[in-house]
Design a protein around this ligand. Structure first.
Ligand code: G16
Length: 528
C-alpha cells in the first residue's frame, strides 16, 4: 500500500468515526475500557492497528473483541488478540495507546510513523476477525472496527455475538489448523465433543449429580450454553438462569464478578440448598461456583478452588500414567486466598508463582511449565500444555500398559476440552464437571479440601487512581508515600493478615483486598 493511500485513514476518521473527546485513554488490564460513547474513534483506530499487526505477522489473522466483560452495560471496550489466540503482545500496548489518543488531524502521520517503526510490509494481505458481546453499543463499535480494517485494505471477518474465548479460539485455529476449525461450530465440536467423549469413559457415581444450575450474567455465555445444552445427550443437565430476558441487565447484581466481589448470591437464580451453581461473567471468560446451605449461607468456590481441583486431578492422572517427569506448576495473583497457596505448596506440593493481575501476565508465566495451570481468584483462567507434554502422553497412549493408556487417554481428552488460548468459562465448566464426575464428588466434598481465609474486597473511587503505584506483583505499594506503612501497621495486628491496594485497569476505581484468620477482624479494624 503506497504511503499516499494513508489519506483514507484520515478521511474515514473525520467522516465516520471522529475523535470527539480529549479524555486520555490507556490500554489497560484487558484492552481499552470506558463509557461506550467515548470509544468509537478508539475502536476504529484498533481496526487500523490490527491490520498493521497482521502484516507484521506475515498476514496471520489478528482478532478484535468488542466487550467490557464484567463491567456494567453502559461501559464497553476493545481488545486485540494475537495470532496464537493470546492477548496482544505487551510491547504493542503503548503503540495502541498512542494511536488511540492522537487527534484526527495527526492520525495519518502517526499511522505512517508506526508502520515504519514496526517495519510492516503494507503490500501483504491482512486478516482480522471481529467479535462482540451482547451490549447494545457493540454492533456500532464492531462496525467501526471493520471500517478501520477496510481503511488499510485488510479483510475483516465478522463473527457477530460470541464469547471472548470463542473469538480467541477461532483466531488460533485460523493460524494453526491443527488446533481446530475456526468457527463457533468448530469450537463446540472440540470442547463439547471432548467432554462427551470423556464422559463416556467415566461412569457417573458417588455423590456427583448431573444437574448444574448456571447464572449466565445476562450475557453471551448463557446464550451459548443454551445452544450447547441441547447437544449434551443427558451427560449434564443444565438449568440456565439470567439469559438476558425478563428485564435482566448485563452483570447487574449477577454474574461471576458480582458473586465473587460481593460474596452474595446473584438475583434471578433459583436457589436449592446444596445444588451447585456456576456463575459466568458477561462475555463468558470467567466462572466461579457456589452453593447455599440450609441456612441460606452462600459458599463460594472461586478461581483458586478451580485451579486446585484441576491441578490435583491432572497430577493424579500424570502419576497413573507414569508421566511424572512433566513439570507442572500453578500461577496465581495477589488476590489468591492465602489458604489456597498453602494447600497447593504444602499438600499438593506443586510450585506456585505470583504475578500481576491480568490473564496476559498469568498466561506467559504458565507457559514456563510443561503443564501450567493459571487462575485468578475471580475465576479467570485455564491450563496450558507444552508440546513436550502432549507428545509424552501420546507416546504413553501408544506404548503404555492398559492402566497407563487409560489415564493418558483421559488426559488427552482433557487437553482437547481446554481452551488453551485464554480463560474460558464454558471450557472451564466442562473441566470442573469432568473432575467432579471422575471423583464421584459433590460440591461440599470439593469444598472440604481446604478452608479459605475470610477475605474482603472493596472498590474505592479516588480522584486519580494512577496515583497508586505498586511493586512485588502488586502486593506492595510504592506511592503515595506513607500508604504502605499504614497498611503494614494495620495488617501486623491481624493473625494471618494480608492486605494490598492497586489501581484497577478496567474500571475507574482503586481495588482494596484484605484477608485475616476471622471475618470479624474487619470490624475490629473499624472502617472495612
Ligand atoms: C479483566 C482481566 C482480568 C482481571 C480483571 C480485573 O477481566 O482479563 O485478568 O482480573 O479484568 O482487572 P482490574 O482489577 O485491573 O480491573 P474481564 O473478565 O473483565 O475481562
Amino acid at each position: 500500500m503506497p504511503p499516499s493511500s494513508l489519506r483514507v485513514v484520515y478521511a474515514f476518521a473525520r467522516e465516520m468515526h471522529p475523535k470527539t473527546t480529549d479524555v486520555f485513554i490507556q490500554y489497560g488490564t484487558a484492552g481499552f475500557r470506558t463509557k461506550a460513547n467515548l470509544l468509537e474513534h478508539v475502536v476504529y483506530r484498533m481496526g487500523l492497528l490490527a491490520v498493521i499487526r497482521s502484516r507484521v505477522k506475515n498476514g496471520r489473522t489478528i482478532g478484535i473483541m468488542i466487550t467490557a466483560s464484567h463491567n456494567l452495560e453502559p461501559d464497553n471496550g476493545v481488545k486485540l488478540i494475537d495470532p496464537d489466540g493470546e492477548m496482544l503482545e505487551q510491547s504493542w500496548e503503548d503503540i495502541a495507546t498512542r494511536m488511540a489518543n492522537v487527534s484526527d488531524n495527526d492520525l495519518e502521520s502517526i499511522t505512517g510513523q508506526i508502520i515504519k517503526e514496526v517495519n510492516a510490509d503494507m503490500s501483504l494481505k491482512a486478516s482480522v476477525y471481529i467479535g462482540m458481546d451482547t451490549r447494545y453499543t457493540s454492533p456500532r463499535l464492531a462496525a467501526a472496527a471493520a471500517n478501520g480494517v477496510i481503511a488499510l485494505k485488510g479483510t475483516p471477518k465478522e463473527f457477530g455475538i460470541v464469547t471472548t474465548p470463542i473469538l480467541h479460539f477461532c483466531v488460533k485455529c485460523r493460524n494453526d489448523n491443527t488446533y481446530g476449525v475456526p468457527t463457533e461450530e468448530g469450537y463446540y465440536e472440540k470442547i463439547v465433543g471432548s467432554f462427551k467423549r470423556i464422559r463416556q469413559k467415566l461412569s457417573v457415581s458417588g455423590d456427583y449429580n448431573t444437574t448444574l444450575y448456571v447464572d449466565g450474567a445476562n450475557g453471551v455465555g448463557g446464550k451459548k450454553l443454551n445452544i450447547i445444552k441441547k447437544t449434551l445427550d443427558g451427560e449434564l443437565d443444565l438449568m440456565l438462569f439470567n439469559l438476558g430476558g425478563n428485564g435482566g441487565k448485563l452483570n447487574l447484581n449477577c454474574g461471576a464478578d458480582y458473586v465473587k466481589v460481593s460474596q452474595s448470591v446473584p438475583v434471578g437464580v433459583e436457589h436449592v440448598p446444596y445444588q451447585r451453581v456456576a456463575s459466568l461473567d458477561g462475555d463468558g471468560d470467567r466462572i466461579v461456583y457456589y452453593y447455599v446451605d440450609d441456612d441460606k449461607k452462600m459458599h463460594l468456590l472461586d478461581g483458586d478452588r478451580i485451579a486446585t481441583l484441576l491441578a490435583s486431578y491432572i497430577t493424579e492422572l500424570l502419576n497413573n500414567c507414569g508421566a511424572n517427569s512433566l513439570k507442572l506448576g500453578l500461577v496465581q495473583t495477589a488476590y489468591a486466598n492465602g489458604a489456597s497457596t498453602k494447600y497447593i505448596t504444602e499438600e499438593l506440593k506443586i510450585p506456585v508463582s505470583c504475578v500481576k493481575t491480568g490473564v496476559k501476565n498469568l498466561h506467559h508465566e504458565a507457559l514456563k511449565y510443561d503443564i501450567g495451570i493459571y487462575f485468578e481468584a475471580n475465576g479467570h483462567g485455564t491450563v496450558v500444555y507444552s508440546n513436550e507434554a502432549k507428545n509424552t502422553l501420546k507416546k504413553i497412549d501408544e506404548d503404555g500398559d492398559a492402566e497407563q493408556r487409560k489415564s493418558a487417554q483421559i488426559l488427552l481428552d482433557f487437553i482437547n476440552m481446554t481452551n488453551e488460548t485464554v480463560g474460558d468459562a464454558i471450557s472451564d465448566l466442562f473441566l470442573v464437571e469432568t473432575v467432579l464426575c471422575a471423583r464421584g464428588q459433590n460440591i461440599t466434598g470439593w469444598e472440604t479440601t481446604y478452608q479459605d481465609l475470610p477475605c474482603r474486597q472493596l472498590k474505592v473511587t479516588v480522584q486519580d487512581r494512577n496515583a497508586i503505584q505498586t511493586t512485588d506483583a502488586e502486593r506492595r505499594c510504592i506511592s503515595p508515600e506513607g500508604l504502605q506503612e499504614r497498611i503494614d501497621e494495620l495488617v501486623c495486628k491481624v493473625e494471618s493478615g494480608r492486605a494490598f491496594v492497586r489501581p484497577s485497569g478496567t474500571e475507574d476505581i482503586v481495588r482494596v483486598y484484605a484477608e485475616g484468620d476471622t471475618q470479624e477482624v474487619r470490624y475490629i479494624q473499624g472502617d472495612w
